[in-house]
Design a protein around this ligand. Structure first.
Ligand code: ADP
Length: 193
């Protein structure tokens, strides 16, 4: 079975969506094996998000492609059009946002947990996230709105996107003795055991 890491960000907690979000994972058959409320420091949040150029560029491009579509000048909101500098700025906003209130950290386990959780979470930019996904059902945010207000996209939730990332993120937030081994009552039926 695979494990993945999920974090309900301050907007999800403050909108009272913790139960709704967790139940969407549980109802697929995925199992919550660790859970706690945390308020990260900005430094901790900065360490949690990656710093490699590729990640910074990916994040920046989520704004740049929309700015291009809308014929907007990224220099106006970011003071630069360099993707790496833009990525760094977004990361800083993100770390400040995570530190702004309590978050809920969760480890989820099950068959193809990483992929299934990402599918339930939906696309990063809420305005294009599909209905039926958490982001699609509960948010509408977009880069041009977020960035003009110098903040990250309010998309409620973080979820690991690969095995390596999941392993690192689980270790980042949980000790081994905070992750539990137990059987769900419906496991035999879900997995045909
Ligand atoms: P995801 O959370 O879907 O895995 P990323 O890892 O690319 O997305 O980005 C991490 C988080 O950074 C996003 O969830 C979002 O809150 C924020 N973010 C990403 N790109 C942008 C952007 N262009 N403008 C503002 N915030 C962004």
């Amino acid at each position: 079975m695979e494990r993945t890491f999920v974090m309900i960000k301050p907007d999800g907690v403050q909108r009272g969506l913790v139960g709704e979000i967790i139940s969407r994972f549980e109802r697929t058959g995925l199992k919550v094996v660790a859970l706690k409320m945390v308020r990260p420091s900005k430094e901790q949040a900065m360490k949690f998000y990656p710093s490699d150029e590729e990640w910074l560029k990916t994040v920046a491009n989520k704004s740049l492609s929309v700015y291009k579509q809308l014929n907007l000048d990224p220099k106006k909101d970011f003071g630069t059009d360099d993707p790496i500098e833009i990525g760094k700025k977004i990361k800083e906003w993100l770390a400040e946002f995570l530190a702004s209130g309590p978050c809920v950290a969760i480890v989820i386990e099950g068959n193809r947990a990483i992929e299934v959780v990402r599918k339930i979470v939906g696309a990063t930019r809420p305005y294009e996230a599909q209905p039926g996904t958490i982001r699609g059902d509960f948010s509408t945010d977009s880069p041009e709105l977020a960035n003009i207000m110098k903040r990250p996209l309010r998309n409620l939730i973080h979820a690991s996107d690969s095995k390596e990332v999941a392993e690192r993120e689980i270790k980042f937030w949980f000790n081994e003795n905070e992750i539990y081994n137990y059987k769900r009552a419906d496991e035999n039926i879900i997995y045909g055991l």
